[in-house]
Design a protein around this ligand. Structure first.
Ligand SMILES: [Zn+2]
Length: 422
């Protein structure tokens, strides 16, 4: 094993823009972060465009890039496939997997909330999926659907046709994303949005059948969920009903990529929670370490430090900041960053005692003002005794801009970090 010890932390949606509720500072700038500050002083900074200039990426393709994998010319299989792998849905080439959101719509299919208020219990999600699984009847008797709820508003849909390989060349029913080269790209979501009809993007029976199945699924789901007990209970409790599923990022084949250890020539493990990151880890053959639930920051830090006994590098994905960005809650994001600084980085530095290089970045920016992902570069810090310092004093967007590492593409970050310490 090479003599490399690296902890690579991606803070989901960490990048942001100045916000009026924080005196025109970004959440990173406004937060009290003594541990991140100390890491910044012992390292060098830069900025990262995770996927491509002008692209506001979703987490799946962003994380792939941040782990060294960029996909060219439509070769990416789509988030639906990655999430279905992440949640162990039975998926074969020719099935069509999609990422779904439980959403709230009105009678005219105008979207009231893309995530049905986001507060969704696992039992509620399971009840909705069970109803749909048992009651949806396609006009084509060879068509079937499988559904798996994952976390909160997230669900995975797998369409299957008994006699035909389905095409993934169909448009989303979710109006907040469109597809470019297999990647889901976030749209500007200000203004009214309606559930979209899926359209075949190529002239083939496989695409027409796939889009028809998705449209039948979507229409029937709205009818079936209109007056279910789970939704009556939600409305009575002042919550938004889960009366629609928005689907996006269709994919119809299993991804073929080099395992991550082969790609980088070192062994890489991970600590991840969400189905999309679990799916990526499985696809890349990463050793997964269990470290409590999504908010178990101290445990994640302890397990990360310990994992370096068996792997050269460990990738830790911390989901928190992104959710506050989506909610437009800049003060919440600042508080979450302070939590992560104290509980995760505080513990990590104590455990490592300087015995490893720490690389910190994000998968994309989720500015609170935009309530969604943006194409703004994210800060990058490489910190450790083998790194030449560049005078950075804090882990912020502005120090990233001035840092000596400059502007990197996502897929170059890990190779660059390995070169710096190898
Ligand atoms: Zn993300």
């Amino acid at each position: 094993m090479k003599d490399i010890r690296l902890v690579y932390i991606l803070l989901d949606g960490i990048g942001d823009l100045p916000h009026p509720s924080l005196n025109d500072l970004t959440p990173l700038e406004a937060a009290y972060t003594p541990n991140l500050d100390s890491l910044a002083r012992k390292g060098a900074m830069g900025r990262v465009i995770s996927v491509g200039k002008g692209i506001a990426p979703q987490s799946d393709i962003a994380v792939f890039n941040m782990l060294g994998y960029s996909f060219k010319d439509g070769s990416y299989v789509g988030r639906g496939v990655i999430e279905s792998i992440g949640c162990n849905i039975d998926f074969h080439d020719g099935d069509l997997a999609l990422r779904g959101n439980f959403a709230t719509v009105d009678d005219k299919l105008k979207i009231v909330d893309r995530r049905a208020g986001r507060i969704i219990g696992n039992e509620e999600a399971k009840a909705v999926c069970k109803t749909l699984r048992e009651s949806i009847k396609f006009s084509d008797s060879d068509a079937s659907v499988a559904l798996e709820p994952t976390v909160a508003h997230r669900v995975v849909i797998r369409l299957r046709h008994a006699k035909m390989k389905l095409s993934d060349r169909i448009t989303n029913t979710d109006p907040a994303y469109y597809k470019v080269d297999g990647m889901g790209i976030a749209k500007d979501t200000s203004g009214d949005m309606f559930v979209q009809k899926s359209i075949a993007e190529e002239d083939s029976e496989q695409a027409r059948t796939a889009s028809r199945m998705l449209n039948e699924f979507t229409t029937q789901a709205v009818q079936l969920l209109r007056d279910r007990p789970v939704n009556r209970a939600r409305v009575a409790a002042g919550k938004m009903p889960m009366n629609c599923i928005l689907a996006r990022d269709s994919g119809n084949r299993y991804p073929i990529v080099d395992p991550i250890n082969k790609k980088h020539g070192i062994s890489v493990g991970c600590i991840v929670d969400m189905p999309v990151e679990i799916g990526i880890s499985k696809v890349l053959g990463m050793k997964m370490f269990q470290a409590g639930d999504i908010n178990a920051y101290e445990e994640k830090a302890r397990v990360a430090a310990k994992s370096l006994k068996s792997v050269n590098a460990v990738y830790v994905h911390i989901k928190g900041p992104d959710e506050f960005g989506h909610d437009g809650d800049a003060r919440g994001k600042r508080k979450n960053i302070e939590d992560i600084d104290r509980r995760f980085f505080g513990t990590l530095m104590e455990e490592l005692k300087g015995g490893a290089t720490i690389v910190i970045s994000g998968d994309h920016s989720t500015p609170c003002l935009k309530k969604g992902h943006s194409d703004d570069p994210v800060p990058l810090l490489v910190s450790g005794s083998m790194v030449k310092q560049d005078g950075s004093a804090r882990f912020t967007e502005n120090y990233g801009k001035r840092g000596r590492l400059g502007l990197l593409m996502g897929a170059d970050v890990l190779p660059a970090a390995i070169r710096m310490v190898g």
